[in-house]
Design a protein. Sequence first.
Length: 111
Amino acid sequence: MTGQYDGPRRHLIWETALDRLELDVLRVERMVAHPAPADLGELEPWDEPMVGGPMPTELLDRALELRARQQRAQLKLVEALQTLSRQSAFTERVDRATARRSRPVYVDVTA
């Protein structure tokens, strides 16, 4: 979408872009709040709408709140990944400590 849009058209394009971003953030917030092995699907990449003009000022507060939610969700994702990493490392240590050896440790050379 290229060109200069004015008034209601530009507002609608930006509002739609913010709606899409908000849905993505909502999905991440729910995933972090209720982790489950559910298939959430893949989030589509987002690009700034090509409207040839700035965001309407009446959408600025919404955009700033959305950015704050994205930042909070990002921090929660980082925390969740760190927790998973620690749990995975612990599981590996337990597996190594309790694993049955597949090769003999001692060889009887007197037999």
